[in-house]
Design a protein around this ligand. Structure first.
Ligand SMILES: Cc1cc2nc3c(=O)[nH]c(=O)nc-3n(C[C@H](O)[C@H](O)[C@H](O)COP(=O)(O)OP(=O)(O)OC[C@H]3O[C@@H](n4cnc5c(N)ncnc54)[C@H](O)[C@@H]3O)c2cc1C
Ligand code: SF4
Length: 546
């Protein structure tokens, strides 16, 4: 048995017969009744929720993870087709506002077991040590109540469990990866060529796609449908990396269960369970402890919708912190045209990246920085890119038929946390009669300067690689924050262990708790934070009591 298999056997629990789902495991999973007072009910079965479920189920806790979406079967539910993949996205109504409203939907959040990682791209860089103390170091953002060193062992553990393939990483705290880097396709080759010409360091990976077979998960077949849900089971998502092991250790995954409210006993101030709607009926799951992991929009929304006499302005919101400091990364996307065919679709979209511009450069007028990565839009997304530049009709058709000649890069710019960028409740109601999230977003000057700087580097890089035309569009990616961890309840919603300040047996273990976001894609850090929270819970970080 390998070391990874001893602590997480998910990859070995997947069938080895050409099918993708262990139906027996699902059929025979433990099922709790609403009347059982289980140890832990988790809201949301994505990056953070699934890791918590797997860790605590292994430790013998009686755990149920409820998810509003389906329990996906890659064989029957997913298609390698852009237009046919919309059911993977969270498309319930949300209201967006502010000076720079952020479009929500496909590029932001998913639904169903596996969460947004089902259709994420698969880049899994670590945060840098500086990300945990941007206020002290750069005078912007916020310091975390924990440090990089607190997450280091969890980064390593999750990298082994996904597993991650990539070159030795020279940025942040230098480190290696368990799997060697994948070969790159045309898109990655262009990136490497342009970077070499400009003296920019670029590396292959890190991607959550095993390089070789991993357990019963097969090798990637390089057909580029990572953002549509990998039918092959090569790309990691909690659906295949953590949920099988959780089920094998007695966790229940209750899909199609929309949690509408966290209940708190007015007398004791402790959470008693969650109300949820399943098959049109409202039910209540009792639990000794509750963890919310519904993503950066739905987590604050659920807390605000859980107002009570004790918490009239929303659960855990005595200090008006819930929903604030929501962040999105500025993600401008630059495409360059080459005479040779690039065929950017013929590889996973994540291939090559550079974190050379990640840290604050004192010579620049802005603080913090950006990362550059390959992105490889498939034809519909490519049409959106071209149309966003104003091309339509005949011109759009020409760009479309020229698709194989284009290479695309994307930047992730570290937008700063601001109190006014937040989720509140709107007057509009959803199909459950619950107020929908209203998400207000405005950029600050630093954000805008980063966008321009990143655009310049990407355009220079593509020109250096030989592009005769470049086109850039503005996008956003990766929401985090909204229920951040902090040193005290006046500055955040949870402490460094992910326990809420206001309710001693309520935890938040998703991307909402991140106080800053760096220029790194967040999923690995979210999983590492959840794995650490689980370890501390198991060790009885609070005197053995929750
Ligand atoms: C297109 C795209 C590309 C991305 N690419 C990358 C990438 O390359 N690398 C990376 O690191 N990150 C990437 N991300 C981001 C990453 O997937 C997310 O940051 C991460 O999955 C968030 O984890 P989470 O636990 O906060 O929420 P999620 O993983 O989204 O899980 C939340 C879950 O909660 C459920 N839920 C919500 N509300 C309720 C409720 N009330 N009741 C019951 N269930 C509920 C949802 O159905 C969902 O399954 C990408 C995201 C998208 C959408
Ligand atoms: S490129 Fe590889 S990881 Fe991506 S969807 Fe295809 S097989 Fe899966």
């Amino acid at each position: 048995m390998t070391r990874v298999q001893e602590r997480n056997a998910s990859a070995w629990l997947i069938p080895n017969d050409g099918t993708r789902t262990n139906h027996g495991l699902r059929r025979d999973m433990r099922r709790f009744t609403d009347e059982d007072e289980i140890d832990l009910v988790i809201v949301g079965c994505g990056a953070g929720g699934s890791v918590l479920a797997q860790r605590l189920a292994r430790a013998g806790w009686r755990v149920a993870a409820l998810d509003a979406g389906p329990f996906w079967d890659p064989d029957t539910d997913w298609v390698s087709d852009e237009a046919g993949s919309h059911h993977l996205y969270w498309t319930e109504p949300r209201v967006i506002t502010g000076a720079d409203p952020v479009p929500l939907g496909s590029n932001n959040s998913g639904r169903g077991v596996g969460g947004s990682m089902v259709h994420y791209a698969g880049y899994v860089p670590r945060f840098h040590p500086s990300d945990f103390r941007t206020w002290t170091q750069d005078g912007v953002g916020a310091d975390w109540p924990i440090r990089y060193g607190d997450l280091r062992p969890y980064y390593r553990a999750i990298e082994e469990e996904l597993p991650v393939a990539g070159e030795r990483w020279p940025w942040g705290e230098p480190h290696g990866y368990p799997h060697r880097p994948h070969p790159v396709g045309g898109n990655g080759e262009v990136f490497l060529r342009g970077a070499r010409k400009l003296g920019i360091t670029a590396k292959v990976g890190p991607v959550a796609i095993p390089n070789g077979r991993f357990g019963n998960r097969p090798h990637c077949i390089y057909r580029g449908f990572c953002l549509q849900g990998c039918k092959v089971n090569a790309k990691a998502s909690p659906l295949i990396t953590h949920i099988p092991d959780a089920l094998a250790h007695g966790a229940e995954v209750r899909a199609e269960a929309m949690v509408t409210r966290v209940a708190v006993d007015e007398r004791t101030g402790r959470a008693t369970g969650v109300y949820y709607v399943r098959a049109g009926r409202e039910r209540f799951q009792r639990a000794r402890m509750v963890a919310v992991a519904g993503y950066s929009i739905e987590t604050p929304r659920l807390l605000l919708n859980s107002a009570s006499r004790r918490f009239p302005d929303g659960l855990c919101n005595d200090f008006d912190q819930v929903g604030r400091y929501l962040m999105v990364q500025g993600a401008p996307q630059t495409a360059g045209r080459f005479d040779d065919e690039v065929r950017m679709y013929k590889a996973p979209p994540p291939e090559v990246s550079s974190e050379q511009f990640y840290e604050t450069d004192p010579a620049k007028p802005y603080r913090r920085g950006f990362a550059i990565q390959n992105v490889s839009p498939l034809p519909i997304t490519w049409a959106e890119h071209v149309a966003a530049q104003g091309h339509w009709g005949r011109a759009l058709r020409d760009y479309m038929s020229d698709y194989v000649h284009w290479c695309t890069l994307g930047a992730l710019c570290e937008f700063l946390p601001q109190p006014g960028n937040r989720v509140t409740l709107d007057t509009e109601k959803d199909r459950y009669g619950l107020p929908v999230a209203r998400f207000s977003y405005s950029q600050c000057d630093n954000d805008t300067q980063l966008l321009h700087a990143a655009q310049r580097v990407m355009e220079d890089l593509l020109h250096a690689a030989g592009a005769d035309e470049v086109i850039t569009i503005q996008r956003f990616a990766h929401l985090v924050g909204g229920a951040r961890m902090a040193a005290d309840e006046q500055h955040g919603v949870v402490d460094g262990t992910c326990r809420s300040f206001a309710v001693p047996n309520l935890y938040i273990t998703d991307g909402s708790v991140l106080p800053t976001q760096g220029s790194a894609n967040p999923a690995l850090t979210i999983m590492a934070v959840a794995a650490r929270a689980a370890d501390l819970l198991m060790a009885g970080a609070h005197g053995g009591r929750v």
